[in-house]
Design a protein around this ligand. Structure first.
Ligand SMILES: [Zn+2]
Length: 111
């Protein structure tokens, strides 16, 4: 597994495009973006995602992504890249999933 982090950032305003009230993707400077659709990962990727508590989701619009135990979302794209709304920029997908697993383990420690 060697996905690169998606560079979903506007070159002008450095913001990540977000869906507005009318369902269009746009950023702070108003550039229109085409929505990217997620894909299902390989069996190896799915196994790793599952170990960190991520569940495959198909939403009503037909988009696919993985929802994690802390409410994080992981997108896998057909271009061999990935993205997450909450993952630190410098982490690889493997590092991010390990980080989540450690976070969960820490949360479940008894007092
Ligand atoms: Zn912009």
């Amino acid at each position: 597994m060697s996905r690169t982090r998606s560079a979903s950032e506007c070159a002008t305003c450095k913001q990540t495009p977000r869906e507005d009230e009318s369902g269009r993707f746009t950023c702070a400077c108003g550039t229109p973006w085409v929505r990217r659709w997620g894909i299902r990962g390989t069996p190896e990727e799915e196994a790793l995602l599952k170990l960190s508590g991520f569940i495959f989701t198909l939403d009503i619009q037909g988009d696919t992504y993985y929802v994690g135990p802390l409410g994080h979302i992981v997108y896998l794209y057909s271009g061999g890249d990935w993205d997450s709304d909450k993952a630190p920029r410098e982490q690889s997908l493997e590092e991010y999933l390990t980080w989540i697993k450690e976070k969960l383990a820490a949360l479940s420690q008894p007092y």
